[in-house]
Unconditional design. Structure first.
Lengths: 444, 343
């Protein structure tokens, strides 16, 4: 394994690991706020139990997210010192702001988790809201920095070096809005669906449980609007990619040749040697329509880019297909769940087929997020800053990078297994507030 | 003098130094707490561990963010220095990260695991042991920079000479041990104030006095090592007026800490112990100023363009407006106040 590949793999593993915790850290506080608010409004202990149990999960996920995020902030330099030296002054600003958002999130999460008995209920709810708002803000700042790597602005290039730096213009790069929107919605959809899945699973065993009914309703209240909005924000993102990163779009779509009235390909396997995408369902003219607004627009193919500067087409195309397929499933499921909730929201436990579909959706949102980030990051290769700075020029000169790659992979693997076990022990099998006891309490 | 001193790069470097200090006196104590968890002993070992967990629980994640702030300030405002440090200190920093990850997650797993069984105890063990790694390597990294062992690559060095030799040396390792005992001291001092039980307070007073003694020994040890290993730092520390001032202040703070502990003036010790840590860091900065990485990069030479520095300072000011009241609120809620009923 050469050093560049080792460094890229380590970064990929770290990001893939962290993004799950980051997404949960972004969306879970909103669910906590809703449960906390319902508890304060109704006095129904089921909501208090929900808020407590969700906050235990959030605390564990936030801690793992915080430490894995710390690893990434260092890895930017440990693995890509060339990139950080080149771009730090341009793109440091959103990271600084993210630092403060993260600070606020950590402070108020501490207050929320440990302060229930020490502050007023109103202050307690307010601290949960502060966690939710700062969690979303910190994600927005980080994704702005990533969007800049896809559509760099705020500097002039002279002899390969940036001059006339404008960090504000860098933050207002063309991709900033669509990319942050897509990520924030994704976090809410994925987390909401995963939580809905755990309660749906329990409801299939105990259809009348008020605890799981309530949990499912709150989770769906977050997941349904997010999952339905996501295809629209995806459309916005795709238009942006079409304009800013035509090579990435061509790889996503398996579009080897520049074509007027290009078809939308569903599925299919791109054959890079032959320059064709086989076995895809092709809908004529629709790619042109989606990307540029009319059916006979010209979609630039990979043939516009020198062969050496192509991203790995197969990976990008398949990841994109996976993301779209999973996103579509979640959107349709959200419509169905929305309909059922509207018609029969008090007795969700009776709709066993819906519950089954929700259980199946549990991990899909996160898989979709992973696939989406694969499209974004692999699709930008061989550039770390699109068209400006190559990944190969950014990597550290230190030899033997497979050692940290192996080490951090094992570390993340260990943490992943442990976190999953811990959540199972604490959330699903927590003895002192077993769902059945809650049901008994409510019954009494 | 004053015109040349108050430049933008210096102002940002000062902010970074203050953030490092905040990390040391806040997160440092959290690591120190982990060490006392490891060394908890006597009939009240369990109570000691509970007090530590109780004190760290709500605040450690907020304290940890100071480190992120330092990293961000470095890479946005001094990109060449960030790059240089991340290349030449890659190995100790990677190891430090392993410590940060394991310590943080082990603590979270233990705190939120309510069963009190063997699994929970195992997390407590891991939390305690990994609390040693990060301070040690943090001290090693600071010591390496301070020693002046880092320099621009000459092209003729082996990987061993670039990536291992600068930090696998007596002075950085002495700094690592020094950081360990300092953080242990901070934690023990803070815990004397946090303890509500008189005998528990006496335990931590004893621990604090032991740590303070160890601090004196390691400080002199490190200084002796510096004479041979980091002569430039040693000369600056003992000759340059600004550094000498902080050096002297460190000594005064150290003596005050011991006296305060001896006479059970815990609230005074809670001020003098972190002051001691700050004076050490500021003395280090004063000794090497205007160098950012002695022998390689200066604060001015490594600074980002003016606009970035200006925006960062504005961002810091705005951020502090948000942060200061939030932090005050956090510590106000969770720090033990005098006048509260004691158990």
């Amino acid at each position: 394994m050469n050093d560049l590949l080792a460094a890229r793999s380590q970064m990929a593993i770290s990001l893939a690991f962290h993004i799950i915790f980051a997404a949960i850290g972004m969306a879970m506080p909103a669910l906590m706020v809703l449960a906390e608010w319902r508890w304060q409004r109704t006095g129904d202990p089921v909501y208090l139990d929900l808020a407590k149990r969700w906050s235990t999960g959030t605390a564990i996920m936030f801690a793992v997210g915080a430490v894995s995020g710390t690893v990434i902030s260092f890895e930017l330099g440990l693995l890509w010192p060339g990139f950080m030296q080149w771009a730090g002054a341009i793109i440091g600003m959103p990271f600084s702001l993210e630092g403060f958002a993260f600070f606020t999130e950590a402070i108020f999460l501490g207050i929320y988790l440990y302060g229930r008995e020490r502050i007023s209920p109103r202050a307690h709810l307010a601290s949960a809201i502060a966690v939710a708002v700062s969690g979303v803000s910190s994600a927005i700042f980080v994704v702005i920095a990533n969007a800049w790597m896809n559509s760099p602005t705020g500097f002039r290039l002279v002899n390969g070096l940036p001059v006339d730096i404008d960090p504000i213009a860098a933050m207002r790069n063309p991709g900033a809005f669509s990319q942050t929107l897509h990520m924030v919605i994704a976090a809410f959809a994925a987390t909401g669906m995963a939580i809905a899945a755990t309660h749906a699973w329990q409801l299939r065993r105990r259809p009348a449980s008020p605890f799981h009914q309530a949990g499912l309703r709150i989770a769906l209240a977050v997941a349904i609007p997010a999952a339905i909005l996501q295809p629209f924000s995806g459309d916005l993102s795709a238009r942006y990619v079409a304009k800013q990163q035509p090579t990435k779009l061509a790889a996503m779509e398996g579009q080897f040749h520049t074509e007027r009235g290009a078809p939308l390909r569903i599925g299919g396997i791109p054959d890079v040697e032959a320059g064709v995408t086989r076995h895809a369902i092709e809908i004529p003219g629709v790619l042109s329509l989606l990307a540029f607004g009319h059916r006979d627009a010209v979609v630039p193919g990979l043939d516009q880019t020198p062969r050496a500067d192509w991203p790995p087409v197969l990976i990008v195309h398949l990841a994109f297909q996976v993301m779209v397929a999973l996103g579509s499933y979640l959107a349709l499921l959200a419509l169905w769940a929305g309909w059922v909730t509207w018609r029969d929201g008090k007795r969700l436990g009776r709709h066993r087929l819906l519950l089954l579909a929700l259980v199946a959706a549990g991990p899909l949102g996160f898989l979709s997020i992973e696939a989406g980030w694969t499209v974004t990051e692999v699709g930008r290769q061989p550039w770390v800053i699109q068209g400006v700075f190559r990944t190969a020029d950014a990597v550290t000169p230190m030899p033997g990078l497979w050692v940290p790659f192996a080490g951090f992979t094992l570390l993340f693997l260990f943490l992943g297994v442990v976190t999953a076990t811990m959540l199972y022990r604490q959330i699903i099998r927590r003895p002192q507030s077993d769902p059945q006891t809650t049901e008994q309490q409510v019954a009494q | 003098m004053s015109e040349t001193l108050w430049t933008l790069p210096n102002a940002v470097a000062l902010c970074a130094l203050l953030a490092i200090s905040a990390y040391a006196i806040l997160a440092g104590a959290d690591f120190g707490g982990g060490m006392w968890d490891l060394f908890a002993r006597g009939p009240r070992a369990r109570a000691q561990r509970e007090l530590i967990a109780h004190a760290i629980g709500p605040i450690w994640e907020a304290n940890h963010v100071w480190l992120i702030l330092v990293v961000v300030l470095l890479f946005s405002c001094f990109p060449p220095a960030f790059s240089a440090l991340m290349i030449s200190l890659n190995v100790p920093i990677s190891l430090m990260l392993v410590g940060i990850v394991l310590r943080g997650s082990a603590f979270a797993f233990r705190s939120h695991d309510t069963r009190g069984d063997a699994v929970q105890q195992r997390w407590g063990r891991l939390f305690a042991i990994t609390s040693l790694i990060t301070p040690l390597l943090l001290g090693v990294c600071v010591g390496t920079v301070a020693s002046g062992a880092l320099h621009a690559p000459t092209g003729s060095e082996t990987a061993w000479e670039i990536y291992f030799m600068p930090w696998l040396a007596p002075f950085p390792l002495a700094c690592g041990v020094f950081a360990l005992v300092l953080f242990a001291l901070l934690a023990a001092v803070y815990l004397t104030v946090e303890a509500e039980d008189e005998s528990l307070r006496e335990d931590f007073r004893r621990f604090a006095l032991q740590a303070a003694t160890a601090t004196f020994i390691t400080a002199f040890g490190a200084l002796l090592v510096a004479r041979g290993e980091a002569p430039r730092l040693h000369d600056a520390l003992t000759a340059r007026p600004s550094a000498l001032l902080f050096f002297a202040a460190t000594g005064v703070a150290a003596v005050v800490t011991i006296w305060a502990l001896w006479t059970r003036r815990y609230r005074l010790a809670r001020i003098s112990a972190p002051a001691q840590v700050c004076c050490i860091l500021w003395g280090w900065a004063a000794a090497q100023f205007p160098a950012l990485i002695p022998g390689w990069l200066s604060v001015e030479g490594a600074a980002a363009p003016t606009v970035t520095l200006q925006l960062t300072l504005i961002g810091l000011a705005g951020g502090m407006l948000l942060l200061a009241p939030s932090l005050w609120y956090l510590f106000h809620i969770f720090t033990h106040h005098e006048g509260e009923p004691t158990a």
